[in-house]
Design a binder for this molecule. Sequence first.
Ligand code: HEC
Ligand code: HEC
Ligand code: HEC
Ligand code: HEC
Ligand code: HEC
Length: 260
Amino acid sequence: MGQLFNPKANSIAKLSLIIGGSLPVLAILGGHLISNSSYNTKVDVPLDQPVPFSHRHHAWELGIDCRYCHTSVEKSGFAGIPDTETCMTCHSQIWTNSPLLEPVRKSYETGLPIKWASGESGWNLVNNVPEFVYFDHSIHIAKGISCNTCHGDVQNMHITWKGQNFTMKWCLQCHTEPEKYLYVDKTRPDLTPREQVFNLYVKQQEDPKMKSLSKREIALLTGTNERYRPSKEEIEDGKKLITERNIKVKQLQDCWTCHR
Ligand code: HEC
Ligand code: HEC
Ligand code: HEC
Ligand code: HEC
Ligand code: HEC
């Protein structure tokens, strides 16, 4: 008896099974592909904002904790952008005549969001991923991933820019080998991984020349973690941290982790 299916048909059948298996993912992604390129632009370029807000002044020089303004970053998927009241706790008393703060005062008086001179409202969003990508801040912070790994040296920026292109390949580099990226401050075993994320900035405030900091810490604080090559020892430590922090590496590469 001849073959029921020729070899070619067989491989087509196999292929359709594979495609079938990833159909839900492909369906979510369908139609979004064309607009994709716009998400991958403007790295390192400061974006215009209605008010020239400086992280360098506020987060580094004044030492205000990120969570004071990005209140939900460790609790939810969304980091949160501060409302006018947050600015006015200080700016109703200091720099009250600054023309740069006019949009903030106007917003406070009217109860409307901060506006551009053109009348358009809101801050210009620097970072985003396409809507078919699921992202969650809280789990990354809980596992000790520093803001700067993904956003560059924000605490050093006068006008905020985008630190990374959030391509799938980029996300997967860490999701495949998180041991290369996990940071721990061995001098502060009392701190949880989450607290270590924020304590890094305090260390820089206390030692601006960063003489007492490790190479990894300097790489994180200067936004050059991307190019940092961990030593064998650090990779071994990273592997231990994966176990300690209960990071499920296999699951991290699953399509459903980011496309659900
Ligand atoms: C005093 C308030 C304040 C503090 C403190 C602060 N930020 Fe911000 N942050 C803002 C405001 C306002 C914006 C929106 C304007 C802009 O992009 O600069 C912003 C924007 C950002 C963005 C870009 C958001 C986007 O549009 O995609 C990132 C990333 C960020 N902050 C990270 C941090 C980190 C990390 C820290 C701590 C080191 C921090 N911020 C501390 C007020 C603050
Ligand atoms: C904890 C207090 C505090 C908070 C909260 C705060 N600021 Fe400030 N801000 C300051 C101080 C102090 C300065 C002066 C810094 C300097 O010049 O060294 C300043 C300076 C500024 C300036 C520069 C003004 C000028 O004329 O040079 C801008 C713009 C500004 N802040 C915007 C904001 C915005 C927008 C927010 C809310 C997202 C905010 N600030 C929240 C304390 C604060
Ligand atoms: C693992 C990477 C990663 C880490 C770590 C990270 N972020 Fe983000 N952040 C992102 C991505 C991706 C977006 C765009 C999210 C979107 O489009 O939904 C973003 C967006 C933001 C925004 C814009 C508002 C929002 O939530 O979309 C702010 C503000 C922000 N991040 C602040 C922070 C701060 C503060 C920290 C540290 C406490 C931090 N991020 C840590 C990847 C990261
Ligand atoms: C530097 C390392 C690193 C980078 C970069 C990174 N992640 Fe993660 N991600 C992690 C770790 C660690 C976890 C926690 C895994 C665990 O606890 O099992 C995680 C978890 C997640 C989860 C699971 C959340 C949940 O609730 O189950 C999602 C979704 C995710 N990351 C999306 C992204 C996306 C999208 C990007 C790129 C924009 C990204 N990550 C970049 C390290 C990273
Ligand atoms: C760690 C998070 C993460 C995981 C896991 C992940 N993706 Fe993605 N994916 C992204 C991000 C972020 C983008 C948008 C940026 C881009 O296009 O590179 C994306 C975009 C895509 C796109 C749009 C086309 C493109 O490349 O621009 C397709 C198709 C896709 N993913 C398929 C998959 C499949 C299939 C899997 C499982 C094998 C998968 N993804 C796993 C984060 C992830």
